[in-house]
Structures are given as C-alpha cells and as structure tokens.
Design a protein around this ligand. Structure first.
Ligand SMILES: Cc1cc2nc3c(=O)[nH]c(=O)nc-3n(C[C@H](O)[C@H](O)[C@H](O)COP(=O)(O)OP(=O)(O)OC[C@H]3O[C@@H](n4cnc5c(N)ncnc54)[C@H](O)[C@@H]3O)c2cc1C
Length: 303
C-alpha cells in the first residue's frame, strides 16, 4: 500500500537541525502545513534508553558502523537525532566562521545559550580524574576551561546520576532536540516516526515532495518545500539517491582520537564525560577529558 499526503513543508530528520526548523516554523503561525519525517522512533521513555543494549537498537548497525577506511562511526537514529546520545558539550562559534565564510552566528548563538541555560557543570560534579588532567595540562601551560554544557541538574526532578551518562540522558537534565520536536507537535507539526525517506522528488530545479517507507508501506508526500536535515551521513545519502551524485563529496568528518592512560582513582564511569576542554584554534582541534563510562574502553579497543 502507498500512503499519499499533501502539505506545504516537509522536513526530513528530527535532530537539532530539523527539530529547530520544525519548531520555528510551527510557532510562526504562518498557517503552513509542516510534516516532520523521522526514520527512528522516540526512545526517551523506553527502559533500554541510555543503556548499552539500547544503543544496539537506536544506533546505525548497532554501534558497529564503520567507514570504508575502518573508522568507527556512531550514528544515532531516533527522535532528537544525535542529541539523544551526545555528550552535551557546547562551544560558541569561533570568529573564523565570520572571517572565513562570512557566516554571522554570534547573536543566534547567544540567544540559544540564554534559552538553554548553557553553563559548565557545577564544580562538585566535575570528576577527580578529569580535573587532574586539566591541572596537569595547566602545568604545561595549557589553560583548560570547564566545558560549557547543555546540561543542568535543575532541569530534572530526578537527577541522581552525577551527569555521568553518555549513551542517552534518562533524567532529562541534558537538553535533547526531541524537546523541540515536542514543542513543534504541540504547535501543529505532523510528526511521523519510523518514516525513512529514500528520495526527494524533483523535476530538475524544482522539488515537489519526498518518497519513502513507513512500516510495511510506501509513502509519497507532495510539498513545494523540502528540507533535508538527515545528518552528515543521511543527507548526502538521500540526495545521491535523488540524482545529486556529487552530494557529500569532499565532506569532512569531525573525528575523535582517544588517548588512554590510567588514573589512580575510583573505577571507570565515575566521572562525567568531557568536563574540561581546551580549544587550539591554530591547530583546529579541541582537547577534552573523557573518563570512560563502563564498557566504552573494551568497545573502543575492539573497534
Ligand atoms: C556520540 C556523539 C556525541 C556527540 N557529542 C556532542 C557534543 O557534546 N556537543 C555537540 O555540540 N555535538 C555533539 N555531537 C554532534 C551533534 O550531536 C551533531 O552535530 C548534531 O546532532 C547534528 O544535527 P543534525 O540535525 O544535523 O543531524 P542528526 O542529529 O544526525 O539528526 C539527523 C536525523 O535524521 C534522521 N534520518 C537520517 N536519515 C533519515 C532518512 N532517510 N529519513 C528520515 N530520517 C532520517 C536520523 O534518524 C536523525 O534523527 C555528538 C554526536 C555523537 C554521535
């Protein structure tokens, strides 16, 4: 069976990109029909959310997706996109955005930081082992800063984890783009979960909708505006499938290299991930502490 629908705007992907757009459009009261299509489901209330077994269900290829070159790629597929599993670190845009690309983000970034109360974790939540790394770096002349976070204990009535989560925040202390999805839905946005878009329908320069699958059915949604915000991997895949063969070529990836050491403190998992950081703009790299949550070390070693 094929499900047909007509609307004004289709947004593909409910990560921070798609969720923000859906919320802003829905709140604008423009009267436009908005449909948000998300390939994954909403895992927030599921007992496995935030656990290792859970990641097998909500990460692409069960956490074992590899690039052709052998790099491990973690690609969460669910409502809220990768913010459902991120470390909650926030970095203000550097001045090079403006200088190099002419993109002015400062005003927007400040507004967002104020709305989401972005701030470093309170000192009592910064772990002993990561604080020791920051102190050792300071002795070498690198002034590490407490990492600003999309996480505040007072966002949750149920905060008892000391901010140590990394596979998904179960208590709601960490901001997640699915909150914007909820707000968009309240404002009238039509959310389809489990809806995988395969192709943008177009006639050369003009788009007229998307095609995909939901459950056992196909769907065809006609719309004059289509926004593909399916993430750094999902977006080029859809565009290539739609005939834009060059989409994603030359894409750079934000790679993470982990350097391990041993600290004479309590066991792994007793420290929030990425509590301290140091940005080296000349090198184009950011250093951060990551005291392994339980099991990440063996998984990293197997990868
Ligand atoms: C483990 C991890 C930790 C991270 N930590 C941080 C951090 O601390 N701070 C930070 O700023 N950033 C962090 N990031 C990066 C950040 O989460 C991403 O940059 C951000 O989520 C990208 O937003 P997006 O909306 O472009 O895409 P995504 O968040 O990837 O969302 C894309 C959405 O599209 C959906 N989708 C994909 N294909 C289709 C399709 N064919 N049809 C329908 N839907 C589809 C996906 O299921 C997903 O929900 C982290 C990422 C990961 C994976």
């Amino acid at each position: 069976m094929t499900i047909h629908k007509q609307t004004d705007v289709v947004i593909v992907g409910s990560g921070p990109g798609g969720a923000t757009l859906a919320r802003e459009l829905a709140r604008s009261k423009s009267g436009l029909g908005i449909t948000l299509l998300e390939r994954g489901r909403d895992w927030r209330a599921h007992p496995l959310y935030g656990t290792y077994p859970g990641t097998i269900f909500y990460s692409d290829k069960g956490y074992f997706l590899r690039s052709r070159e052998g790099l491990t790629i973690i690609r969460p597929l669910m409502v809220g996109g990768a913010t459902s599993m991120y470390c909650g670190c926030s970095a203000m845009p550097g001045s090079w955005w403006q200088e190099k690309y002419g993109i002015e983000l400062e005003g927007i970034a400040e507004k967002t930081a104020a709305e989401l109360n972005i701030a470093p974790l309170p000192p009592e939540l910064r772990g002993k082992a990561s604080t020791r790394i920051a102190e050792a770096a300071a002795e070498l002349g690198m002034e590490w800063e407490p990492q600003a976070k999309f996480l505040q204990p007072n966002r949750s009535n149920d905060f008892d984890c000391d901010a140590k989560c990394m596979l998904g925040c179960r208590c709601g202390a960490k901001w997640n783009a699915s909150e914007y999805v909820d707000q968009a839905v309240v404002e009238g946005c039509d959310l389809w979960t489990g809806a995988r878009v395969d192709k943008v329908m177009h006639g050369g320069v003009k788009v007229y909708g998307v095609k995909g699958r939901i459950g056992r059915n196909n769907f065809v949604i006609e719309a004059s505006t289509v926004v593909v915000s399916a993430g750094g991997i999902g977006t080029p895949m859809i565009l290539q499938n739609s005939g834009l063969e060059e989409a994603g070529r030359g894409m750079t990836m934000d790679t993470t290299s982990m350097v391990y050491g041993h600290a004479p403190y309590r066991g792994t998992g007793d420290d929030p991930p990425m509590t301290w950081s140091y940005a080296d703009d000349d090198l184009g790299a950011m250093f951060s502490t990551l005291i392994d949550p339980w099991l990440v070390y063996p998984i990293a070693m197997m990868s």
